[in-house]
Design a protein around this ligand. Structure first.
Ligand SMILES: *[C@@H]1O[C@H](CO)[C@@H](O)[C@H](O)[C@H]1NC(C)=O
Length: 321
């Protein structure tokens, strides 16, 4: 107890003094949007999925690269019968029952006509993917949420899907035992009542006795044509709870269903608009926050976004990078 009480202010002080770490190195194919990482069990190769090109994917022997592009996960798009089914977004990669699962989103920008789909593969080799269509998590203008940006979490064998973008922000739905279809109705787990309710891209990660709900807040895209007011560009925020299904609060104790959220990473130096994040447990680096960002010395176009990552220090009970 005494050690914990001492450790908290020291960790916060260190974070204030050193600011945010610069992204770790990346070589090879490093242009990405909304990355998602998984490691192949047979050979420990890293696979990185991202928005664009019907879910572009690449592999590397380490998180630093060199990343080699493999191609499109679903070259002919998704069987989901919605506009946007040949422009798949926001992959979320996992291992479920010895298969590789990648959830993806079908939508069009700014529309609530959306669904979260699933593709699976036993090997992740090019051409090995089977599209299973919709998970049943879908939305239209009658819903409070937009059913994109899926993120699965396995809670001791029970699966939950976190999802949502704008409207009433982040929701969660219990999934069936195979994690293929939604099992029951969804509920809100994070909402920003201010501005344009711009929370999206959630990612839940368990560390110690807490479930950490990471999300991106702010304007994601189009920085080359119109940049938001300073501070309103993408940033990575977090809330935590001892339960995976609700009760998320920020570091000040504000409920994340009532506009709470603690910044983990925001624009700093030549790094602008970090977001689209996930957390990966690296065998040598431990928990790693990965994301995309703009390097202001390179360019602001969406196609120029880069893959970034940082080790996470959880010693204060809150993630620090
Ligand atoms: C909520 O929205 C406001 C206005 O856009 C923004 O400044 C703030 O960072 C957001 N907070 C969270 C927790 O998303």
């Amino acid at each position: 107890m005494v050690v914990q009480k001492l450790a908290t202010p020291i960790a916060l002080f260190t974070a204030l003094v050193r600011g945010y770490a610069n992204p770790g190195s990346c070589s090879g194919a490093c242009n990405v949007h909304d990355p998602s990482l998984v490691q192949r069990t047979s050979d420990s190769l890293y696979f990185r999925f991202s928005t664009g090109n019907e879910i572009s994917y690449a592999s590397a022997s380490s998180i630093k690269g060199p990343w080699t592009t493999i191609g499109s996960m679903l070259p002919s798009g998704s069987s989901i019968d919605l506009a946007g089914n040949t422009d798949l977004w926001a992959p979320d990669a996992h291992i479920v029952d010895d298969l590789y699962y990648v959830y993806y989103s079908v939508s069009t920008f700014g529309s609530q006509s959306s669904a979260i789909g699933l593709a699976t593969s036993a090997t992740m080799e090019s051409g090995s993917w089977t599209d299973h269509g919709s998970t049943g998590i879908a939305s239209s203008s009658s819903k409070a949420y937009n059913a994109i940006d899926g993120n699965l979490i396995d809670v001791d064998g029970t699966y939950y899907m976190n999802f949502g973008s704008f409207w009433h922000d982040i929701y969660q739905a219990p999934m069936n035992s195979a994690a293929t279809k939604v099992a029951s109705s969804s509920y809100n787990i994070a909402y920003n009542a201010t501005g344009s309710h711009s929370e999206e891209g959630s990612y839940m990660y368990k560390y110690g006795s807490y479930y950490y709900l990471f999300f991106s807040s702010g304007t994601c895209c189009g920085y080359d044509t119109s940049r938001p007011a300073a501070g309103e560009e993408y940033k990575i925020m977090v809330c935590r709870s001892t339960s995976p299904t609700g009760g998320f609060v920020d570091a000040s104790g504000i409920a994340c269903t009532s506009s709470g959220g603690t910044v983990v990473l925001r624009s700093h130096g030549t790094v602008y608009g970090p977001g689209g994040q996930g957390v990966f447990t690296d065998p040598s680096l431990g928990p790693v926050l990965y994301y995309h960002y703009v390097d202001t010395t390179v360019g602001y176009a969406d196609s120029q976004k880069l893959f970034g990552w940082n080790q996470i220090d959880f010693s204060s009970g809150w993630p620090v990078v």
